[in-house]
Design a protein around this ligand. Structure first.
Ligand SMILES: *Cc1c(COP(=O)(O)O)cnc(C)c1O
Length: 424
């Protein structure tokens, strides 16, 4: 029995599903999850020493690649100064200042320890600041696993949400309305009916958790205009797009400034970090200055702050966004050329260093509802074929791929030729 097989069988006895987060369990693809033994740059090794080219990159945080030397050195130095203070530290202020300089929506920032916490807390702030209870989300967007957001669209048009998980009380979800993405008429109808009771509309401006559902700028602009008109706030959940599309995330890319923004993933450079930010007037509603309570023992953790700050500094020094865009273009062009002779079984959607293998026969897919139901099945053999060649794509058709500055041209070319030869 391999070390990998042995640990997987132990894991299934010790952890529900053998994992600490469900998508890792490989239920949507064939085979067993891979245990990383170590990771460096764009590659990792499993327990048995098999080497893989990684396009998951911890689901986004590792934009500089695994174990980037500058980040590792900075974290090592930080650890020797103490792992947690429960008190403010210098890097926390520096990281907040940097994000304020980079992101158009941020004047002040509050740190938490995950993306889930960031969105959950930003929503409490929005409710406290507006004195309203209703929130609006869009199906196909993911905002972490807090109760108010684990909500699916109910039956009927513009209706109340229903729990998307056991254990979420229906009473909680009645305050969450769910609309389809890319539907101007539904948006207008909702605001005409419920705009006056809405605290906040939350959206991934570049939805990247149910495929890559690139939105029309006009749809996002309409959402901005309607929230403003009805005295509601707009929250851009930039946990993936933040520091990924550029210094100012999707807000800068779309030239739309939300009232609140949430971060995670890249901001911690691989350590557990989240944050939410907005104007001084809004953020000062938080305790200890204002009436909205929010706290965390490990919030602003010195090691995590050091990792995040080092990551943003390296991104800046390396002119990383240009590099990432050129890698993304190479992937796009490579697949376009590969598809000239033969039909690929998918269509590539790519924005900056994010990519997704979208179903064939669909034009731009902009909403979860536009995805064919059986689309996950077509992905299984692609995933297995690439895994056999040592190329690790996300173990679900609905997850996007991530490029990092550690990926080389030849790594992208390897992905292109593996996908092209699968089509043969
Ligand atoms: C990952 C993600 C979250 C949740 O972050 P966690 O750190 O996993 O809690 C929230 N929103 C978006 C857009 C995400 O991609």
């Amino acid at each position: 029995m391999s070390l990998q097989d042995d640990l997987w069988s132990r894991a299934q006895h010790a952890l529900p599903g053998g994992v600490s987060s469900p998508v890792r369990a490989f239920q949507a693809v064939d085979g067993d999850p891979i245990f990383y033994r170590e990771a460096s740059g764009a590659h990792f090794e499993d327990l048995d020493g098999k080497r893989y080219l990684d396009f998951v990159m911890s689901w986004g945080p590792m934009i500089l690649g695994h174990a980037h030397p500058t980040v590792v050195e900075t974290v090592q130095a930080a650890v020797t100064r103490g792992m947690s203070y429960g008190a403010p530290c210098e890097d926390e202020v520096k990281l907040a200042e940097k994000v304020r300089d980079w992101h158009p929506a941020v004047e002040k920032l509050r740190f938490v320890s995950s993306g889930t916490e960031a969105v959950m807390s930003a929503i409490r702030l929005a409710r406290g600041a507006t004195g309203r209870d209703r929130i609006l989300k869009f199906s196909g967007c993911y905002h972490g696993h807090s109760d108010a957001l684990l909500v699916a669209a109910g039956s009927g048009l513009v209706t109340f949400g229903e729990p998307a998980s056991a254990g979420v009380p229906a009473d909680f979800t009645h305050l969450t309305s769910v609309l389809p993405l890319d539907d101007d008429a539904a948006l207008e109808a909702f605001f005409a009916d419920k705009g006056g009771e809405l605290a906040v509309a939350v959206i991934e401006p570049l939805p990247a958790n149910n495929g890559l559902l690139v939105q029309r700028k006009a749809f996002l602009e309409k959402l901005r205009a309607l929230t403003e008109e009805h005295g509601a706030l707009l929250l851009f959940d930039e946990v993936i797009s933040g520091f990924r599309l550029g210094k100012g995330g999707a807000s800068e890319a779309y030239e739309i400034t939300p009232d609140l923004v949430t971060f995670g993933k890249i901001m911690g450079g691989g350590m557990p970090v989240g944050a939410f930010g907005g104007s001084v007037a809004l953020m000062d509603q938080l305790a200890p200055l204002g009436p909205v309570y929010q706290a965390g023992t490990l919030s602003g953790n010195p090691v995590a702050m050091a990792a995040g700050l080092a990551t943003l500094q390296v991104l800046e020094e390396q002119d990383a966004y240009q590099r990432l865009e050129s890698l993304g273009q190479r992937l796009e062009q490579g697949l376009a050329e590969a598809s000239e002779g033969r039909q690929l079984p998918f269509r590539l959607v790519r924005v900056a260093s994010l990519f997704w293998l979208a179903p064939l026969g669909t034009d731009a897919v902009r909403s979860a509802e536009a995805l064919p139901a059986d689309f996950g099945e077509a992905y299984r053999p692609i995933h297995s074929a690439l895994l056999a060649q040592g190329i690790y794509l996300a173990p679900s058709a609905y997850e996007v791929g991530f490029l990092s500055t550690a990926h080389q041209e030849e790594d992208v070319d390897r992905l292109v030729s593996a996908l092209a030869s699968f089509a043969r």
